[in-house]
Design a protein around this ligand. Structure first.
Ligand SMILES: Nc1ncnc2c1ncn2[C@@H]1O[C@H](COP(=O)(O)OP(=O)(O)OP(=O)(O)O)[C@@H](O)[C@H]1O
Length: 229
């Protein structure tokens, strides 16, 4: 993946999207194959190096909902703080900037348990931005959100990738929105997975066999799926 790209991993339930994302983020050990980050195998990076290179936003509910928004986002600075977790002026600037980028500055003193799902998702994205890594990985960042908020979150990720030149990779079931907003997509399938720009994937007819054709067909003209009644 290149710098500044937004990319989605899509595929049917149980195909291995989260497993792949978690493996890339070093959250779980790989089953096979190799993962290279900055020309070095992932396992040759120290934990501290990885924390400064990759931030991961998972679907598990956070254990620390009693923290304020600002406190939770401050945890993103952990790879850079001393053992006491003391924040420097630079850390504070990065935390404020992260909150501004995802437009949650006014929520800074709220407790995380007071937030809506959409607001909490923004907070988790801000924490990843505060971690200041080149790569941000997110597992299903739009679950539980309505259509408007799904689009808002994915537009936000696109804008962060393009303006900060960070590389953002996420798993999703929102294939139609991803087609419209992503620079690259990986379609995971049992026998052959395909990776490319949404346009290339449409031209290669890669979306057409994703779901059983007697139930759902893909319309290449509109980049959308149709239900066969
Ligand atoms: N490469 C693999 N080889 C063997 N088992 C795998 C592999 N990838 C994933 N699995 C297993 O398949 C199951 C489903 O994987 P996973 O949760 O990653 O799928 P998913 O595509 O994210 O599903 P969903 O869309 O339902 O969230 C898990 O039990 C996982 O351990």
């Amino acid at each position: 993946m290149a710098k500044g790209e937004l990319a989605a991993i899509v595929g049917v339930n149980g195909i291995g999207k989260s497993t792949l994302l978690r493996t890339l983020g070093n959250v779980q050990p790989k089953l096979s194959g190799s993962i290279t980050l900055n020309k070095l195998p992932l396992e040759q990076h120290t934990i501290a190096e990885l924390a400064a290179e990759i931030s991961v936003v998972l679907t598990e509910p956070i254990a620390s909902k009693n923290l304020t928004v600002q406190e939770l986002i401050s945890l993103g600075r952990q790879p850079y703080t001393n053992w006491l977790g003391t924040l420097t002026p630079e850390d504070r600037d990065k935390i404020s900037l992260a909150m501004e980028m995802v437009q949650i500055s006014e929520l800074r003193s709220k407790k995380c348990y007071e937030l809506s799902d959409g607001q909490l998702q923004r907070v988790m994205i801000a924490r990843a931005i505060a971690q200041d890594t080149q790569l941000i990985l997110l597992d299903e960042p739009t679950t539980h959100l309505d259509l408007y908020h799904k689009v808002q979150i994915l537009k936000l990720l696109r804008s962060i990738a393009h303006t900060t030149k960070k590389t953002i990779l996420f798993t999703t079931h929102e294939i139609e929105i991803a087609i419209q907003l992503c620079d690259k997509m990986l379609i995971l399938e049992k026998n052959q997975s395909t990776f490319g720009s949404p346009c290339e994937l449409i031209q290669m007819k890669s979306f057409e066999n994703l779901f059983p054709a007697d139930t759902i067909t893909f319309d290449a003209e509109t980049g959308s799926f149709r239900v066969n009644k």
